[in-house]
Design a protein around this ligand. Structure first.
Ligand SMILES: C[S@@+](CC[C@H](N)C(=O)[O-])C[C@H]1O[C@@H](n2cnc3c(N)ncnc32)[C@H](O)[C@@H]1O
Length: 295
């Protein structure tokens, strides 16, 4: 960051303008937003308050924290890992490098579960979230539906710790159980499962070179890669869902636009399922696959 000139103090407004331009040069996707989130966190105030305090000059310790984050973000470190949180479904989720940073497109999985419940509530009011990561899907579902209970499953114990913390902070820990498990392997055989929702890892090992460098470098491999083509883990989950869902149960999966047709094909080839459709995300890309098991 340029040194302070005598005539121009580093006000909040000036810091934001300078930093947003700096991030733009480093081709960050959302330079102004990133600058605001980092500065608000360094100052310990809500982002909206920056606008009421444009002419304030932050103290030296706040500035030094901000400068450090600015350098690290320009070098690729995601803002969410620097500040330790990310908004998802208008809720603040703690994130660490042990969990995927929740993506806006994943919010659609929550919408689909809520809509399905409104159309035809199921019994027991229970959902399994496979590959829960930060817990964003299970926690957002529990927040939206006060009657719902969830089982949040992940193969990563470190991710489960983050998810538990989020459930506690967001006040839904009494309705979410956490389980370390490879997909549904450890889910008790007598557990009735009317709905499975999952954003499984779906990047192919063969695609690794095409992945955004910052994603590859900072986000957990376990959360990204779903096998050689990316479809392998999803295919295994589809098989397990075919066996474990209760009759008429729902499987709601996030996938990549490149794998949506393959995922759809895998489900329609399985006689346990009665129907399957692909839904688009807000960017009009095939993103969610919804399947119903035969009744
Ligand atoms: C793409 S991330 C999704 C995280 C979170 N649900 C979200 O949408 O932000 C996939 C998650 O699946 C977990 N995972 C990977 N392989 C798994 C497996 N075989 N069984 C259960 N969870 C697995 C990873 O640890 C990671 O937390």
């Amino acid at each position: 960051m340029a040194t302070q000139t005598e005539n121009q103090p580093w006000t909040i407004q000036r810091l934001l303008t300078w930093t947003a331009e700096y991030f733009q040069r480093y081709q960050q996707d959302t330079p102004r937003l990133d600058a605001e989130v980092l500065l608000a966190e360094a100052l310990g105030v809500p982002r909206i308050q920056l606008y009421a305090r444009f002419n304030d000059v932050p103290g030296e310790s706040q500035l030094s924290k901000f400068r450090d984050w600015v350098k690290r973000h320009a070098a690729g470190e995601p803002v969410a890992y620097l500040v330790g949180y990310r908004e998802f479904y208008s809720l603040r989720f703690a994130v660490t490098p042990d969990v995927l940073i929740p993506r806006p497109e994943t919010e659609q999985l929550v919408v689909e579960v809520v809509d399905a419940w409104k159309q035809a509530p199921w019994s027991p009011p229970f959902v399994v979230d496979v590959g829960t990561g930060s817990g964003c899907i299970a926690v957002a579902i529990a927040k939206q539906m006060p009657e719902m209970h969830c089982l949040a499953v992940d193969v990563s114990p470190a991710a489960l710790e983050v998810a538990k913390r989020n459930a506690l902070t967001l006040g839904v820990s009494e309705r979410i159980k956490f389980l370390e498990s490879d997909l549904l392997d450890q889910v008790p055989p007598d557990q009735k499962i009317p709905v499975i929702v999952s954003n499984p890892p779906y990047v192919g090992n063969i695609e690794e070179g095409t992945l955004n460098e910052n994603v590859r470098k900072y986000e957990p491999e376990l959360a990204l890669f779903g096998g050689t083509s990316g479809h392998e883990l999803t295919a295994k989950l589809i098989e397990q869902a075919a066996e474990r869902l209760t009759p008429g149960g729902l499987l709601i999966l996030e996938t990549s636009p490149m794998l949506a047709a393959k995922t759809h094909g895998c489900i329609t080839a399985n006689p346990a399922f009665q129907s399957c459709r692909i839904k688009k995300d807000l960017a009009k890309l095939d993103r969610v696959v919804i399947a119903r098991k035969r009744a």
